[in-house]
Design a protein around this ligand. Structure first.
Ligand code: AMP
Length: 488
């Protein structure tokens, strides 16, 4: 199979005039996307190719130019969404030492002469060369960069393309997730490799239902890729049905549990579409298991399974001593195969804890608890303090570190606020030194404001509870169970 960039070049040759991306600020054809990427690559091609490029923005077509241009120059890219606070971006820059940091405006300016580009020789990429690096929450407050290679990404897209029957040159993929979240890799590369149109929703579209549904109506989406939470939100709208989206053929989910009611709601509204549940961490390139959720599966399973391992990848359940669990026995989900990342950028300590080599392949301990029944896998939550809020991956320790760094805070414990087993938001229990006079409401507001400068919105605790001291366990640690009980 030709290298990914070669394959995309083939798509450009075949579908050059087709719209590759409809994003914020406009749309771009395949031809323009490719030519602009070539123009950018020519400028960042050079020594020290191991140094990546950071691409900052939101849903502009120039983001795609930045991604492809970096890879054409033999460099990995780091997608950074505009919603990240500057302080967090600086931490990422400190870890990744990028050769360049481009905003979408920079990219637009640097590639304005895209129409007259000379022929460009694509680099010969090895499977082990990094393609992108996605930063995700780290338990000590520093985001960790998951390195995804050309080989990882090719393994992932090849599975998806073999499993799904996309029609070349005829699909419109919904892009809901920001490009800094690996779910977007699913829609982005499936689209680019099938000559599809990537149709992006912006943060503002999502926050404004009128805009959102009006936009969906014009989208022509055929393949929906989003978190289940987002689809569940859309189901609240009565007109979210085949009249709004007449060409919808498949819903592809990943990133958090797909609730039975979401899948059944979608199949009722869109009887001619398929619903797929896929599962996997960023460390194993988007998704590693999948299952078609049809009427029979809905009738036989609640909660829904996360699927079967994809061909070529081993996903199994391990006991604490690393031996394989029996059918039906609970344990940790371990993934091994070509889609598993080599590890975290510049963090051999973290890499060693979670990754290992086995039978000549890279393997990753997910920290997810689950079991398998006749090969079908089920997810049962986390073994640690990682949570998902509307699909966003958050280490509670990450938030705690930043709350503790706010002036006046002595100690903090952050817990999930759950409803029917789903984490809806976060709560922070905070002990402060010399708290100024005033209401808890005002103090909570001030704390949240300080946090907004350090961590993304979705990580900011909605609820803040001030305590004089934490209840302690017999061995002197903050008693998280007793605190959770206060959340009711
Ligand atoms: P991320 O790296 O942001 O994709 O998050 C990966 C984590 O999300 C996994 O380790 C799981 O805990 C959770 N996750 C992903 N997909 C699913 C799914 N289909 N069902 C349940 N949990 C999921």
């Amino acid at each position: 199979m030709a290298a990914l960039l070669e394959r995309i070049r083939g798509i450009v040759t075949e579908f050059g005039g087709r719209i590759a991306h409809v994003g914020s600020g406009g749309s771009m054809t395949y031809q323009e996307l490719w030519q602009r990427a070539v123009a950018l690559a020519a400028q960042i091609h050079g020594p020290d190719p191991s140094s990546p490029v950071m691409v900052r923005g939101h849903k502009e077509p120039e983001m795609l130019v930045g991604f492809l241009g970096s890879v054409m120059a033999g460099r990995a890219y780091i997608p950074v969404d505009n919603s990240l606070p500057e302080a967090r971006i600086e931490r990422i820059i400190a870890t990744a030492a990028p050769v360049a940091v481009f905003t979408t405006k920079d990219i637009q300016e640097r590639t304005s002469h895209w129409q007259d580009q000379p022929a460009f020789a694509l680099p010969v990429a090895a499977d082990t060369d990094p393609f992108y690096i996605i930063f995700t929450s780290g338990s000590t407050g520093d985001p960790k960069g998951v390195v995804i290679t050309h080989g990882c990404l090719a393994a992932f897209v090849d599975w998806m393309l073999a499993e799904q029957s996309f029609v070349p040159g005829a699909e419109v993929f919904l892009n809901q997730a920001p490009f800094s979240f690996d779910l977007s890799v699913m829609d982005l590369y499936l689209s680019l490799l099938t000559g599809g149109t990537l149709f992006s929703l912006t943060k503002d579209d999502i926050a404004n239902p009128r805009e959102l549904y009006a936009k969906l109506r014009t989208s022509g989406v055929t393949a929906w890729v989003s978190t289940p939470s987002f689809a569940q939100m859309c189901l609240v709208e009565k007109s979210f049905n085949p009249e709004m989206l007449p060409d919808m053929r498949s819903f592809l989910f990943c990133g958090e549990a797909l609730a039975h009611k979401t899948a059944s709601g979608l199949l009722t509204r869109f009887p001619n579409a398929q619903v797929w549940n896929t599962y996997g961490p960023t460390e194993a390139t988007v998704a590693t298991t999948s299952v078609l959720v049809d009427a029979a599966l809905l009738a036989s399973h609640d909660p829904l399974p996360i699927g079967w391992e994809r061909p070529g990848t081993m996903v199994n359940i391990r006991r604490p001593d690393g031996t394989p669990a029996d059918d039906g026995e609970r344990g940790e989900i371990v993934i091994r195969g070509a889609n598993v990342s080599p590890g975290y950028l510049g963090r051999p300590d973290l890499t060693e804890k979670a990754f290992f080599d086995e039978d000549g392949q890279r393997a990753y301990r997910t920290g997810d608890r689950g079991y398998a029944q006749g090969g079908l896998l089920f997810f049962e939550g986390r073994m640690d303090f990682q949570v998902k809020v509307r699909g966003h991956r958050i280490e509670l320790g990450d938030v705690e570190t930043h709350v503790r760094e706010v002036a006046g805070v002595v100690d903090a414990v952050v817990l999930p606020v759950e409803r029917r087993g789903v984490c809806e938001s976060l709560a922070a229990f905070v002990v402060m030194r010399d708290r100024a006079e005033g209401s808890d409401f005002a103090a909570a507001q001030a704390l949240r404001e300080s946090l907004a400068a350090r961590i993304p919105d979705y990580m900011i605790p909605r609820k803040v509870i001030f305590l004089e001291a934490f209840p302690l366990t017999p061995n002197g640690k903050a008693d998280r169970k007793a605190l959770a009980a206060q959340l009711g």
